[in-house]
Design a protein around this ligand. Structure first.
Ligand SMILES: [Fe+2]
Length: 237
């Protein structure tokens, strides 16, 4: 059985249990969200490495809160908002691309963005890409150093909360910013890498000095293999 199938069976079992438990306690209003959001179809993907793997550049404590509280919390909200609605049967990417701006979009996009963020980083990352992605960066930014400057600027200068991205837009690489839960898929762009610059991404380790977090993430943690694989997939019909 696929993991998805197992999740659905588990979800159904938990739904029955949650309904029985809630009926014994207090009535639930018709149409109310499921009391246990873990029963929903959207799940928290496992981290691609251990909680301490990005240390010392991003600490175990930061990952524990960022992944275990924030990312998980967005999954919970998404399951609550879609409980009993057709949106529960749509894919996360469909929701990110199509639902109107508002709480449902925010929850869906924050789940997508955070999963993409964890995959954009790796222990012993950083450095420079190679192969056709390296050539495309040289073509579209002039050099890797110029790309790096633009990406660092985008991450450092974004006002408030949001994300810096390397995207492919109509065949051309670009650095873009999105605010809050924004996602480049909404503009028809293909994300290749991202950096979360919400304060919760760095405040435990760097306090208010976002630039130090940005520099450390770029030089020590970015996973260019992940970017290359996204770039390769984007080139296929
Ligand atoms: Fe975050």
């Amino acid at each position: 059985m696929s993991n998805n199938g197992k999740s659905l069976l588990l979800a159904a079992a938990l739904c029955v249990w949650a309904a029985a438990a809630s009926s014994a306690a207090e009535p639930v209003a018709p149409g109310a969200a499921a009391p246990n959001a873990e029963t929903g179809p959207f799940t928290l993907p496992p981290l691609p490495y251990g909680e301490g793997a990005l240390s010392p550049f991003i600490s175990t404590e930061t990952v524990r809160y960022h992944y275990g509280k924030h990312h998980k919390g967005y999954v919970t909200v998404l399951n609550n908002l879609t409980a009993g609605k057709p949106e529960a049967g749509r894919t996360l990417e469909e929701l990110v691309k199509t639902v109107p701006t508002g709480p449902l979009f925010n929850a869906a996009a924050q789940v997508w963005n955070h999963t993409f963020y964890w995959n954009s980083l790796k222990p012993n990352g950083g450095g420079e890409p190679s192969g056709d992605l390296a050539a495309a960066i040289a073509r579209d930014f002039g050099s890797f150093a110029q790309f790096r400057e633009q990406f660092s600027q985008a991450a450092g200068s974004l006002f408030g909360s949001g994300w810096a991205w390397l995207v492919l837009d109509n065949g051309k690489l670009k650095v873009v910013q999105t605010s809050n839960a924004g996602n480049p898929l909404r503009q028809g762009q293909t994300p290749l890498l991202t950096l979360d610059v919400w304060e919760h991404a760095y405040y435990i380790d760097y306090r208010n000095v976002r630039a130090e977090y940005v520099e450390a993430a770029i030089d020590r943690l970015l996973d260019w293999g992940f970017a290359q694989s996204n770039f390769a997939k984007a080139g296929k019909p």
